[in-house]
Design a binder for this molecule. Structure first.
Ligand code: ADP
Ligand code: MG
Length: 580
């Protein structure tokens, strides 16, 4: 380890020299900040001022930063504290940026968190140390090194970040404890769902609406707080807030009905996002769902590789196979059928559907249509005729928003009506209406849901990089690019951070490198990848991909096997074999 006065000196001496001389500062430094010693690791140095920024790490001793061993003993606390610290660092970095001016040169960044409290590689804390990963744009004038500015950045700004955001004394202890307790309460609520035969829970007082489609913070004005009706209310226990009352969404088939603009989609979206625990002040702190709840929507134009969609679709025109269905351009209904089977294939236990984003012909087929178009000429078995079988055969629940058709009344276990953003239980009324319906439709779904076939993922499904190198990963919230291939993720609605997308990109390459042998099923492969991450952390992906020179980075966040599967299934180069 090098004393960091040497680093300071080196940087100052580099003033005005060619930018690539920055490469010399790659290394490991022992540093002295305001009060604390810490280590600085310069992992990657950018080749020019416009390239992706340099990556550094800071390590300091947890105890000397003031975090008591009891506080960080538990894994859950570690996740919550790391998440809290990441937000603190993001704030301090923002205030420093105002001081140093804009532009990439001199810019310090940390992976920005969403409203979810997530495991990320940006900050890790354990009993021994806190490790923070940042990117920095090493300062330049044109293509020359601004060494004095660089020395200030690394030797003054970094200590300031540590002092103001990473030491216990600089933090508001109450806010930190609230962050931890909020997380623990949500995790505790989520653990109680399955034992209580629930798929989701929405606490009284929750604020579900968001500010806008692109601003996921809570709506603040004119919000009607969520209140569970007596008929649907349950009470769950939390470690820090005692008993919490709220709406229990039971296992089985649940319908959310109600007039337009009365809050149906908002409720479903909150349930979708209930797979994550949210930060204090989010409004959804006590809105939780089972971790295997998967949003399903139509996505015409997507590709599908070798999916057995025969439970929902049969005898396609021109004799196209539906038990091994592939297309580069799915229709609304076939995309939704494929999405359903793909989710079940990798272990979904609840399916969430909103009429706003569903294919009508996948969802319903009313009696008039049955009279006009015979079953023989309709490949689609509407979901209304399969939703019960899905639960009865596989124990997979469905939560469905359906304001435009009463056809589901007959098959629902529970009907929730949203009225002025207030839920009511209207199951009995709906059942009476369904029984009295003079336009009875014929059930077309048969006794059973149908078998769900596993698929083996073939090696070569994932694009290779140039000259045998690892393909370049580019991540955006709505798209993941691996080498030359771009995966459209717009319809994968339960992703909340671009850092998850990047991690999924690495996971796909990692899966290809270690587990795709042409025989293992996609599900087995995903389980192996997820186990490796669970055991060794997200860094295991980068280390696995390049053991010599891993890309250690702070821009990864935890994701589920469902989103990983969704990305793989949308890969246009995916090749599979059915496993019989
Ligand atoms: P629906 O799906 O029933 O047509 P939405 O869920 O899309 O209705 O909600 C319509 C509008 O009402 C949205 O702009 C949403 O943000 C807002 N909204 C939803 N729930 C509430 C609430 N509890 N309080 C205030 N506004 C809400
Ligand atoms: Mg809606």
């Amino acid at each position: 380890m090098v004393d960091w006065r040497t680093l300071q000196q080196t940087l100052q001496n580099l003033e005005g020299s060619s930018y690539r001389n920055y490469k010399r500062i790659k290394g490991h430094y022992e540093c002295f900040g305001f009060n604390d010693e810490f280590e600085l690791l310069v992992d990657y140095v950018q080749g020019d001022p416009f390239a992706s920024p340099s990556r550094i790490r800071i390590r300091l001793n947890s105890e000397s930063a003031g975090f008591s061993p009891q506080l960080i003993a538990h894994y859950e606390n570690q996740v919550a504290i790391a998440d809290y610290l990441t937000r603190q660092v993001a704030n301090v970095v923002l205030s420093l940026r105002k001081k140093r001016g804009s532009g990439n040169s001199g810019k310090i960044e940390i992976a920005t968190p969403s409203q979810a409290i997530l495991r990320r590689t940006a900050i890790r804390i354990d009993k021994r140390e806190i490790e923070v990963r940042l990117t920095v744009g090493l300062p330049a004038f044109g293509r020359r090194i601004a060494g004095i500015a660089a020395a200030e950045l690394l030797c003054e700004d970094i200590p300031q970040i540590i002092e103001n955001s990473l030491t216990y004394r600089a933090l508001e202890a109450d806010a930190l404890m609230q962050h931890i307790h909020t997380f623990q309460d949500a995790e505790a609520l989520r653990r109680q769902l399955k034992p209580n035969r629930l798929v989701a829970f929405v606490a009284d007082g929750a604020c579900l609406p968001r500010r806008s489609g692109i601003d996921k913070r809570p709506l603040t004005e004119g919000v009607e707080p969520f209140i569970a009706p007596a008929a649907g209310a349950v009470e769950l226990e939390t470690p820090h807030s005692g008993k919490v009352r709220g709406l229990g969404v039971q296992a089985g088939v649940t319908l959310i009905v109600g007039g337009g603009y009365h809050g149906k989609s908002t409720l479903l979206r909150a349930i979708e996002q209930g797979i994550y625990s949210h930060v204090p002040g989010d409004g959804r702190e006590q809105v939780v769902s089972i971790p295997s709840a998967v949003k399903l929507r139509a996505e015409d134009g997507r590709s599908v590789a070798g999916v057995d969609i025969s439970p929902a679709i049969n005898h396609l025109p021109q004799g196209r196979a539906s038990d091994n269905f592939s297309t580069a351009n799915a229709s609304g209904s076939t995309s939704q059928a494929a999405g359903l089977v793909e989710a079940v294939e990798v272990g979904a236990e609840a399916i969430l559907i909103d009429e706003d984003t569903a294919a009508t012909n996948f969802m319903i087929r009313d009696c008039n249509m049955q009279a006009l178009i015979s079953k023989e000429n309709e490949p689609i078995t509407p979901f209304v005729d399969k939703v019960r079988q899905l639960y009865d055969d596989y124990g997979i629940s469905t939560v469905l928003v359906m304001g435009g058709s009463g056809d589901y009344f007959a098959v629902a276990d529970r009907v929730i009506a949203m009225e002025n953003y207030r839920p009511q239980i209207v199951t009995q009324q709906a059942k009476v209406i369904a029984r009295a319906d003079p336009n009875q439709r014929n059930a077309e779904g048969g006794e059973r849901f149908g078998s769900i076939r596993q698929r083996a993922m073939l090696s070569g499904s994932v694009p290779a990089g140039k000259r045998d190198r690892i393909p370049k990963i580019k991540s955006r919230m709505d798209a993941l690019t691996l080498g030359q291939e771009t995966i459209d993720l717009q319809a994968v609605e339960q992703l909340v951070e671009v850092h998850q997308v990047r991690a999924i990109g690495q996971a796909i390459l990692y899966a290809q490198q270690y587990y795709c042998d042409g025989r293992r099923s996609l599900r087995q492969i995903l389980e192996l990848v997820m186990e490796d991450i669970e055991r060794n952390g997200l860094d295991t992906l980068a280390i696995g991909l390049d053991t010599e020179n891993p890309r250690i980075s702070g821009d990864l966040a935890k994701f589920r096997q469902f989103e990983l599967a969704a990305a793989i299934n949308r890969l246009r180069t995916l090749r599979v074999n059915p496993i019989y």
